[in-house]
Design a protein around this ligand. Sequence first.
Ligand SMILES: Cc1cc2nc3c(=O)[nH]c(=O)nc-3n(C[C@H](O)[C@H](O)[C@H](O)COP(=O)(O)OP(=O)(O)OC[C@H]3O[C@@H](n4cnc5c(N)ncnc54)[C@H](O)[C@@H]3O)c2cc1C
Ligand SMILES: Cc1cc2nc3c(=O)[nH]c(=O)nc-3n(C[C@H](O)[C@H](O)[C@H](O)COP(=O)(O)O)c2cc1C
Length: 845
Amino acid sequence: MSAGVRRIAVIGAGPGGLYFAALAKRSAPHREITVWERDARDDAFGFGVVFSDETLDGIAQADPQVFAALSAEFARWSDIDVRYAGRVRTCGGHGFAALDRNRLRAILQRRCAELGVDVRYRTPAPAVERLAAEYDLVVAADGVRSATRAAFAETFRPELDERHCRYIWLATDKVFEAFTFIVEQYDFGTLQVHAYPYSDRRSTFIVEIAEEAWRKAGFEVPAGREPGRGESDLASVRRCERLLAGHLDGHRLIPSASRWIRFTTVRNATWHHRNVVLLGDAAHTAHFSIGSGTKLALEDALALAAALHEQPDPARTLAAYEAERRPVVASAQRAAQASLEWFETVERHTGQGPEQFAFNLLTRSRRVTYGNLRARDAAFVDSVDAAFDHAATGDAPADDTTADDTTPDRTAPDGARSVPPMFRPLRLGRLRLRNRIVVPPLATFTAVDGLPSGFDRAQLAAQALGGAGLVFTGMTAVSARGRATERCPGLWSHAQEEAWRSVVRAVRELGDTPLGIQLTHAGRRAASTVPGADGIGHPLTDGWPTLAASPLPWEAAGPPPREASAAELAGVVADFAAAAARADRAGFDVLGLQFGHGHLVSGFLSPLTNRRTDEYGGPLEHRLRLALEVLAAVRAAWPAGKPVVVRISAADWAPGGTTEAEAVAIGRALADAGADALDVSTGEVVAHQQVPYGRGYQVPFADLIRHATEVPTIAVGAISGHDDANSVLLAGRADLVAVGRAQLYDPLWTLHAAAEQGYTGPGARWPQPWQAGSRRPPGPGADRVAPRLRLLPETAAAPVHRRWLPGRPDAPPPERAPDRPEHRTEREPAEREPTERQPTEPAPN
Ligand SMILES: Cc1cc2nc3c(=O)[nH]c(=O)nc-3n(C[C@H](O)[C@H](O)[C@H](O)COP(=O)(O)OP(=O)(O)OC[C@H]3O[C@@H](n4cnc5c(N)ncnc54)[C@H](O)[C@@H]3O)c2cc1C
Ligand SMILES: Cc1cc2nc3c(=O)[nH]c(=O)nc-3n(C[C@H](O)[C@H](O)[C@H](O)COP(=O)(O)O)c2cc1C
């Protein structure tokens, strides 16, 4: 127990402040705990809050009495309905519990009163400096606009990220049966609704719209004046009611101090300052689309109360609290960020069919994956797979060589009706890939004099045997000076061409996996050391002269490259063309071009590294010139039917770098100039980059470019599991997935993924001599006898589909077709006249 913490001040009686006060008092009744709340006890703001299934465990344990009271009020269901393009897609098996936000507060208020916490309503907290001097601990649970955070901004270093959409938080007296996402398109843009029931009379109904569409729709100046404090924007409420009437079945939208606002993501460098600590929304927020804000505030409260109990002094209490909560919050905020960005860019996906759109929406935060969804509702995933199957096999291959490749693959994994998306074929140019997994360029740094080494040969052979649909060599220089390191292979000489031909021939004897070679000129990243543990090479002290767009060294202390003259650039273009012709003669199937990662062409594309004033510098069309010249020359030297794949860095992760719009423009220009696919990486353009590494962190760029340009994209970067690969593909975020380091860890990654998913079709061919090993070996306990059925406890499996049907408790679980037309009143192309029912204010809760 933390000695010396007898008097605690809590600022704010939201869920976080109240729950902390109750738990801290319960564990040490002698403590004096005072809570200040500026609003009245029963001031109503907001409507229902929803918790997802994993959320409630900790809360259930900490104070069973509170949990029992909450549980008695929960609306519970398991389905998510996605209403889009006139269809409703339903996915079950999720598990939600929701309740009225004011009931949540009332339960916590009652608990605080029972335990003897002094809660002072309608009383703004005294100045925090005064509280800090008079109390042993000050808990700032004062919400998203925390004045405490502002008072100690120098320590907390808050980052407030106001997002791009507008939203208005409403309720409706239509009781939805499930979590319902509505995406509707109008002439001004797209409206999306996040709706869910929270009682037997009400549902939460949040309407969200991108800023530009919001202005275009004329929501900007409601009724000619801004609503005052506590007032609602009734004109907008009525307008939403009319626009979304088809989903409301004659019910009303109910405001409560509701107006269009923008969500702010709050982050802080630290959460405590001396004896003052931030908790809940004051410390961090997570977008409402993942429904976690209240949960995070309650969990913070629990962690802080537990740390008070477990730690010997206040300093260690606050350190332990922060150490426990930071990683959890960071993970929730990553998911929330992906989710909010998905909704901000929803129009990127509105061309998708209803099945793929629903899957895409459900997997938007990257927490829910293909595998989780299959475990929750296999019929739903089967229906999405089937739609993908149709799209994939509708694309007849041009150069099929084997009979089984031409027949649609119906070899589903055990227990499933469909084939995992990663094992769907894809055509690139005239080449047919048997599956969607790529081994990206993975340099070995083992060459001598630019000749591929025995290790290069062994690596290519191992990867080609491993089952991927396409395997690349590591970067291969088009000239001696264009090598990143002395140990990189090249393709500028006849001897090198012969050596690569011999490598290709040897690998061909093992199977027919298509082989690609990545060509590069490393530009200002040439003449470097072989990368060490950090994966980055540093300039050689005794290297060779290098070329770049501008004379900017990779590292400040390194030797600057020379600014390439027009004549030198013409030489580089010719080198690429000659190397492409050699690659064709050596027998490669695919040509990869390294236009990313700060290599020569990448250095021209990025505004950070191109300071030229000639026709190769300045506006993007000039910065693109070298890339387009190289691509044109390569396309002329490389057979038309063989694909060219271009790798780009779609972001530089540094201020002033390539923008999203520029990345799209680059992708479009390259596709127009003959690139068959874009391999969308990011970064390594400048050494001072700040990269937000995380699972699949580069996927949004592949998604962006794919949807903006309709060019096939390869997603790459921290995609390590087959579940993530399947999710990316099925959601339509990319056409191919490159798995790098995980295929160094396990060169048979693709075949093992097939075995783990029970897939045995033509998308994953085991080498004939290894057939005996094509099944996963039994693990420990495989020989254990399964318990006899009649001895198992009587646990009826939870139904996949549970709807919220208050007043109809005996209603049989509805037959849920995963896809059905919306039963709606007539779809309205334009707005209707206002309905007779007008929303009232405040909400009758
Ligand atoms: C549109 C929307 C929908 C949401 N939906 C969900 C959901 O479905 N599920 C979910 O889990 N979360 C949801 N949230 C998030 C949730 O509302 C918050 O995360 C949660 O309320 C945070 O609790 P808190 O105690 O930290 O702060 P708050 O609930 O904001 O409480 C802070 C309190 O401090 C008081 N206060 C502030 N300054 C002072 C002062 N100087 N003196 C005295 N009192 C003060 C305020 O009056 C307020 O009562 C949603 C949020 C939004 C915006
Ligand atoms: C050892 C190693 C060598 C690499 N060599 C190259 C290369 O030659 N060319 C290139 O474009 N990327 C290269 N990369 C980057 C990978 O192609 C890939 O983009 C990166 O590893 C991210 O994917 P992953 O997270 O699946 O590993 C290399 C990466 C590693 C780990």
